[in-house]
Design a protein around this ligand. Structure first.
Ligand code: RNT
Ligand code: ZN
Length: 421
């Protein structure tokens, strides 16, 4: 697309939105606050680099597909991430999992990891002026094979995982300290059972005990922000997940931690967007794991759909952007992985932009007067407005490919780099 055309379309769009009382210049400025934390695990299907050729194994999450080009080394992963970053407008962070450390070809077990294994990543992020987020990895490990980690009744297993998570929080703190922006540490465990258990209470009591031990160590909030992530069910944990939403909501409220809302982890008709205005009354900050649930899978590439939109709208409407950390969480091995990142991240950014283009005051006025017909008409009318012109302009101003141009960039990278792996 030509520069002048993008500019011209933007000016027309600006006028149309101004007629509705929306200042697009302000929206473009507001978009600077939308910082997306890119999950590192789409590059290699959640394999990690603990050992060569690591595959995702155990723990209720699974990547399907064998599209060529999977990152097999940290160098390849970094090259892919750089490509992704070059195609995204706005600012990003990088969200690492513990299995992506640099272990120098040695097997360093999870209860032995140290800051030095992640120093390369910290340096990498500093060079790119990015913040880092971090996750303990309590799956794909022999001690996770029987389905229980922090809630295990086996003290040896439980202690191992407590030690792992403790170390991860320390590593995340160091990331936050060195990079000058707090690192969000997210805790998710796969614990659950395939068939109906009879002793849920002890399992949950044990998980609580483990969390208490883990969070007994305090770190300054300016370096570390703790979040805990629930799930409804997973592969092999169809009947019960120990870390359910109720469990973590209670824990977070009582212990002042953040909560992670992964929109693939709820009943299919439950709306995560609806939860935001409730949770933000009791919890300081949220972490989002944006994804697209499709039937039994909770991790398809994020797309610009109603579910995503409601999440963005509810955050913008509650004026709560500064209290929400936005992360992505999906892994699809059946398509170009670099492309998967760009689609998902751009969809999330677009959703926030769309949400900001809402004449909220007018809508609230209708609502308060019971004018629900006018409210619905206006919401419908907004769908016909040229937000695409604003999106293109935003990409152009950020010096990244506009419109379909990113597709050819990715295809070129596929031919020149990914296909040669
Ligand atoms: C799993 C959780 C978790 C993982 C990542 C890899 O169901 O969503 O967030 O996807 O930690
Ligand atoms: Zn998640």
């Amino acid at each position: 697309m030509k520069k002048e055309e993008i500019e011209k379309s933007y000016q027309l769009a600006k006028k149309q939105y101004a007629e509705l009382g929306i200042d697009t210049t302000k929206v473009l400025k507001e978009m600077e606050k939308v910082v997306i934390s890119l999950h590192c695990w789409q590059t290699d299907d959640v394999g990690g680099f603990e050992k060569p050729g690591a595959e995702l194994g155990g723990g209720g999450i699974q990547a399907t597909g064998n599209y060529p080009g999977k990152a097999k080394t940290i160098a390849q992963m970094r090259a892919d991430l750089d490509k992704v970053l070059s195609l995204l407008p706005g600012k990003q962070r990088l969200n690492l999992h513990a299995i992506y450390g640099e272990f120098g070809g040695k097997l360093v077990d999870r209860d032995k990891i140290e800051v030095k294994h992640y120093q390369g990543w910290i340096n990498w992020a500093r060079k790119r002026k990015m913040g880092l987020d971090f996750n303990c990895t309590c799956f794909s490990h022999p001690l996770a094979d029987d389905g229980f980690t922090l809630s295990s009744k086996n003290p040896k297993i439980r202690k191992f995982w407590v030690e792992h998570v403790k170390r991860c929080r320390l590593i995340a703190t160091e990331m936050g300290k060195q990079l000058g922006t707090p690192s969000v540490h997210n805790l998710w465990i796969p614990d659950g059972s395939k068939d109906t258990p009879v002793d849920r209470f002890t399992l949950r009591k044990t998980l609580k005990k483990s969390l208490d031990e883990i969070f007994a160590v305090k770190y300054p909030k300016k370096y570390l922000k703790d979040s805990i992530e629930s799930k409804l069910f997973g592969i092999g944990s169809e009947s019960m997940v120990v870390g359910s939403h109720d469990f973590y909501m209670g824990y977070a409220v009582k212990n002042n931690t953040m909560i992670t809302l992964d929109n693939g982890h709820f009943h299919p008709t439950e709306q995560v967007g609806d939860k935001i205005s409730s949770i933000l009354l009791y919890i300081d900050e949220l972490l989002l794991h944006l994804t697209r649930g499709v039937r039994w899978d909770s991790d398809h590439v994020v797309a610009f759909n109603d579910e995503l939109l409601l999440i963005a709208q509810e955050i913008v409407r509650a004026k709560a952007l500064s209290r929400v950390n936005i992360g992505l969480d999906y892994f699809d091995a059946s398509l170009n992985r670099v492309g998967a990142y760009v689609i998902g991240c751009r969809a999330a950014q677009m959703a926030f932009m769309y949400a900001m283009l809402e004449p909220w005051d007018t809508l609230v006025r209708f609502e308060e007067k019971g004018r629900t017909f006018e409210r619905l008409s206006l919401l419908e009318l907004l769908k016909t407005k040229p937000y695409g012109a604003l999106w293109d302009y935003y990409c152009m101003k950020n010096n990244v490919p506009v419109g379909a141009d990113y597709i050819s960039e990715i295809l070129k990278y596929e031919k020149e780099v990914l296909d040669k792996r």
